[in-house]
Ligand binder design. Structure first.
Ligand code: NAG
Ligand code: NAG
Ligand code: NAG
Ligand code: NAG
Ligand code: NAG
Ligand code: NAG
Ligand code: NAG
Length: 685
């Protein structure tokens, strides 16, 4: 992981020098410029924690604080901090309110009665400017309860048990600018309840049970800027101008309600709205003109809804939009010109959306886009001009490489070489092992052939990794949909399946020999051949079935760069997933493909041939003959012993001295199987 970027740097620096000193800072697609110096880096290196540019340009502007949500969050956080530190400061500041109820803290003209077990709004001198009544047991807000507090600017009523709010409850609060009613049990607010609050700027009614609102609910709130109705039970918004009485509203938050559609007229007079949050609702229908009048909108969050299709011109008038989030909606298809009018968009979230018709044309008009979020990292290749694209890996591949980590890259070649060489070697050697049961040999050669396919598969994956090195994101999608990829995936599955079945067969055969030694007559030729054909047929069927039915399996093998079906998190095709589970009875991680399965293939020739006694004895015989000849030639006894010692070191055998001189010939297949089984056990221990 850490060495990956290092190689990239070398690669890029090389590229940079070969291209000479180009004067223009316009970078090729898929890369971004390093501030004011003439250097381009691939998307991948943006914000990776390493100063790849040398002037920190690639590590700046990493956070996605488009829209003004973040700044505002900061503002609110600061505000809360300010008010919550009040009690500690109360001791140092003088109280100017005069008489103060029990359990209340006072500073200047501010009063805090938090957690004071109050059951009703207390009566305090009328010159207070801030009153905090959080975490009490207030149940109702009676008429004219606050009437005398003309100076009151901030009123905290969070975390009480307020259920009923009189229509006259807030009368007289003409100087109130901030009202917090969060975490109560309000189900309904009568029209005109805020009539006197002409100066109110913030109205926060989070975590209540509000089920309906109408434009008249907000009558009188001429100065309102922020309205938060998060976590309520609203099922629909009025199809009348919601902002009719709140012309200055800038921030409207409906997160986590049950709203199911957005109609033409709801936001018609919300001319000054900048942020609209509708995240986590149940919106399944959007009228084409729902957002037409929101010309100043800079952030629109429609994430986690049930939108299946976007009307073609839904975003047409949002000229100022800088952040758009439509993540986690069951959107089927995005028209190629959907985002054409969003010239100022800086951040676009499309997480959790399968974009089947994805193409570069979709994102090309978004010239100022700097952050984009997708479901799959391969999609990043279609937005090459965007500086930050996430996710940038799927665990196997990265934007630049088919095999992201250097370990995988090296291993794929090493294992491929060992597997191919070992298995081919064994296939060639087997016929020369004379004391071998022919049918057993046939099974082993069959096994080697199957394992060899795994070597071929790895070799091809390694080759394509080399071919795509440094620009994988351009080729990812075509590669995964290609016939090569499908075929290679089938080969890998064929190899795995046949290998596993053959091993099972061999083990069973030996088991029967050991447990029922007398029944173990010479295995009939016919039976063995039938079983082998049967196993290969099953392998072929299992491996190639997913290619037969595209409807059911979708792109079964092309879910990742190594073309091996790892359907762990991809919920695309349920049929394919079930198929995978049936075959593997478990989820397999990417490392299994590159490590465990090939290791099996690489080890099989060693276990089944190189460690068996007949093979060793054949080698000994050869060596013995050679030594005999040599000692005969040179007549040096000392020299003859030295290499023999090395031989023993390199090929440790159990009963070397006695067995060495008399090569045994096994004719009984059971004997042979028993011996190879024991030598296999030895090789494990
Ligand atoms: C790039 O800008 C930085 C300040 O942002 C300045 O210190 C530096 O000299 C500039 N480099 C070039 C090559 O213009
Ligand atoms: C606020 O009102 C109380 C009671 O009426 C009074 O004692 C106090 O002096 C007043 N404070 C100021 C600053 O006017
Ligand atoms: C609002 O408060 C100011 C002082 O802060 C006061 O002069 C003014 O009369 C108050 N307005 C109303 C309508 O009570
Ligand atoms: C809201 O927008 C209108 C024009 O659409 C403008 O006249 C008015 O001043 C704005 N109000 C605020 C508080 O910005
Ligand atoms: C929204 O307005 C358009 C045109 O103004 C109209 O065709 C459509 O029926 C309206 N939709 C609703 C739900 O009123
Ligand atoms: C977009 O919305 C989803 C779900 O509502 C959320 O998980 C994600 O963080 C949002 N993305 C941005 C950039 O805010
Ligand atoms: C893109 O951003 C740059 C600087 O942030 C600005 O000058 C330019 O006008 C923007 N382009 C569009 C189409 O808004």
């Amino acid at each position: 992981m850490t060495s990956g970027p290092f190689f990239f740097c070398i690669f890029i620096i090389g590229k940079y020098f070969t291209h000479g000193n180009a004067q223009d800072i316009s970078c090729p697609l898929g890369s971004f410029p390093c501030g004011n110096i003439t250097k381009c880096l691939p998307q991948l290196l943006h914000c990776n924690g390493v100063d790849d540019c040398g002037n920190q340009a690639d590590e700046s502007n990493c956070g996605d604080n488009n829209g003004w949500s973040l700044q505002f969050d900061d503002y609110i956080a600061k505000y809360y901090k300010l008010t919550s530190t009040k009690p500690s400061k109360a001791e140092t500041s003088k109280c100017l309110v005069g008489s103060v109820p029990m359990h209340c803290l006072c500073r200047d003209l501010e009063l805090a009665c938090d957690g004071a077990n109050l059951r009703a709004v207390p009566s305090v001198p009328s010159n207070v400017t801030l009153m905090s009544l959080q975490r009490n047991f207030i149940r109702t807000l009676p008429p004219n309860g606050f009437r005398k507090y003309h100076q009151l600017q901030t009123l905290f009523l969070q975390s009480n048990k307020i259920r009923s709010v009189s229509v006259f409850a807030f009368r007289g609060l003409r100087n109130l600018t901030k009202l917090y009613l969060s975490n109560n049990r309000i189900t309904f607010l009568k029209p005109g309840v805020f009539e006197d609050l002409h100066r109110l700027e913030w109205l926060i009614i989070e975590d209540n049970h509000l089920s309906r609102i109408s434009p008249l609910t907000f009558y009188g709130l001429n100065s309102l800027i922020l309205l938060v109705l998060m976590n309520n039970a609203l099922t629909h918004l009025p199809d009348k101008s919601l902002c009719q009485h709140m012309p200055g509203l800038k921030w409207l938050d409906f997160e986590n309600n049950h709203i199911h559609n957005l109609r033409n007229l709801t936001f018609i007079s919300c001319n000054n709205l900048t942020v609209l949050v509708m995240r986590k609702n149940k919106i399944n229908h959007l009228s084409e003109h729902a957002f037409t009048h929101l010309q100043k909108l800079s952030e629109l969050d429609l994430g986690s809804n049930r939108i299946e299709s976007l009307p073609p011109n839904i975003f047409k008038n949002l000229k100022e939009l800088s952040q758009l989030n439509i993540s986690y909606n069951p959107i089927q298809k995005i028209p190629v010109n959907q985002f054409d009018y969003l010239a100022k968009l800086k951040s676009l979230s499309l997480e959790g959306i399968e974009i089947t018709n994805i193409q570069q044309r979709m994102f090309r008009p978004l010239m100022n886009l700097s952050h984009i979020y997708f479901k799959k990292f391969q999609y990043c290749g279609y937005a090459p001009h965007v500086r930050s694209c996430k996710p940038n890996t799927d665990g196997i591949s990265s934007l630049d490489n088919l095999l992201a980590s250097i370990i995988q890259r090296v291993f794929v070649w090493v294992v491929s070489a060992i597997t191919c060489f070992g298995n081919i070697f064994v296939i060639c050697m087997r016929p020369y092992i004379r004391s071998e049961n022919k049918l057993h040999a046939m099974s082993i050669i069959s096994l080697c052939c199957a394992d060899c396919l795994m070597g071929v598969y790895l070799f091809v994956i390694g080759a394509f990794d080399l071919k795509f090195r440094g620009e994988y994101n351009k080729h990812a999608q075509p590669w995964m949909e290609s016939v090569h990829c499908q075929f290679m995936g089938s080969l890998a599955i064929l190899s795995t399946e046949v290998s596993v079945l053959l091993l099972t067969f061999l083990t069973l055969e030996k088991y029967i020999c050991i447990v029922y030694p007398f029944r173990c007559l010479r295995p009939r030729k016919c039976r063995t051949i039938t079983v082998l054909i049967f196993i290969w047929t099953i392998g072929f069927i299992v491996a190639f079935a997913p290619l037969s039915n595209k409807e059911f399996f979708k792109n079964y093998y092309g879910t990742n760069g190594v073309c091996f079906p790892l359907h762990s998190e991809d919920s695309g095709a349920i049929g394919a997933q079930i198929y995978s589970v049936v075959i593997f009875l478990d989820t397999i991680t990417s490392w299994v493909v590159i490590f465990i399965l090939p290791i099996n293939s690489a080890l099989n020739p060693i276990i089944y041939t190189l460690t068996t006694r007949p093979f060793k004895e054949m080698i000994h015989q050869l060596w013995y003959n050679y030594r005999q000849r040599r000692s005969g030639d040179i007549k040096g006894i000392q020299k003859a012993y030295a290499p023999s010692f090395i031989w023993v070191e390199m090929w440790p055998l159990q009963e070397m001295p006695t067995e060495f001189m008399k090569p045994a010939v096994f004719t009984d297949p059971c004997d042979l199987s028993l011996v190879s089984q024991s030598s296999r056990l030895n090789s494990y221990s």
